[in-house]
Design a binder for this molecule. Structure first.
Ligand code: CP
Length: 296
């Protein structure tokens, strides 16, 4: 699974239903000896750790892979690295890489490859855990208003989420510094001024400024960004009564969100992280079942 776009709405719903069942206590164990490996060429705390836990919960043997000590540092390509891992007998890999659409280089790989994030492109497992968190809250997507504030142009989370939510019947609104938005960033939603968006939405998703993907002209000071576009305490008071706050994390406390709001009653930020394990269990199970593996 490389992108949300490649999944039918029926498949999204199937994975979602399984993820929700895992969250309710359902268990599944792979039959036979099955190996997996997590190849992370870009830093991660949540995605890598939750894939690792999900794999162990499903009974897979997790083969450690340390990108910083791999032969990639001697010039080996991603394709040759994954082909090697496949040849050694690993049955599934999860990959994160800085390069957009890195998976286009992996056409002759026959084991399931799950995208753990590619550059500014896609983050489908984050999307599934976000959908799961919204569904747990509202029991539907149809008619919900979702606001995404921040660095939409450079965010693989925003790209994956906006598309999936629109397909599932939600209305998506964006806000943030206007120079960060272009036609491409607005394919799946409508731009609103920050305060208008905050008063309107059922789900408010905040995004980290992706400094590492910006040129210097695009950067703001932390306090300037917080004042103009951040979720301040005053803005939080203007949210709808039952609206919730989400953030894929890592969080820049005091920039996109006031530090006291990170764990406030409306916040589902740590719930999202918890759901990451269940969503990733469902994604892995689905990928292995498509290859003929069975679970008991
Ligand atoms: N949300 C997310 O992808 O976090 P990590 O970069 O820590 O995996």
């Amino acid at each position: 699974m490389f992108t949300i776009a490649e999944l039918s709405t029926e498949k999204i719903n199937t994975i979602l239903k399984e993820a929700l069942a895992f969250a309710e206590g359902k268990t599944a164990k792979i039959e036979g000896e099955v190996f997996c490996s997590n190849l992370f060429f870009e830093d991660s705390t949540r995605t890598k750790t939750s894939f690792d836990i999900a794999e162990r919960k499903l009974g897979l043997q997790v083969v450690p892979f340390d990108a910083s000590h791999s032969s990639v540092n001697k010039g080996e390509s991603l394709y040759d690295t994954v082909k090697t891992i496949e040849s050694l007998g690993v049955n599934l890999v999860v990959i994160r890489d800085k390069k957009d659409r890195y998976y286009e280089d992996l056409k002759n790989i026959h084991i399931p490859v799950i995208n753990g994030g590619d550059g500014t492109g896609n983050h489908p497992s984050q999307c599934m855990l976000d959908l799961m968190t919204i569904y747990q809250e509202f029991g539907k997507f149809e008619g919900l208003k979702i606001g995404i504030i921040g660095d939409v142009k450079h965010s693989r989370v925003a790209n994956s989420n906006a598309e999936a939510l629109r397909r599932l019947g939600a209305r998506v609104y964006f806000s943030g510094p206007e120079q960060w938005f272009d036609e491409g960033a607005l394919i799946n939603g409508t731009y609103l001024a920050v305060d208008e968006l905050i008063a309107e939405v059922d789900v408010l998703m905040l995004l980290r400024i992706q400094h590492e993907r910006h040129d210097s002209k695009m950067n703001f000071s932390a306090s300037e960004y917080h004042r103009k576009y951040g979720l301040t305490k005053e803005r939080e008071r203007a949210m709808k009564k039952d609206a919730v706050i989400m953030h894929p994390a890592p969080i820049n406390r005091g920039v996109e969100i006031d530090t006291d709001l990170v764990e406030c009653e409306r916040s589902r930020i740590f719930k999202q992280m918890q759901n990451g394990v269940f969503a990733r269990m469902a994604i892995i199970k689905n990928a292995l079942e498509e290859k003929g593996f069975t679970f008991k």
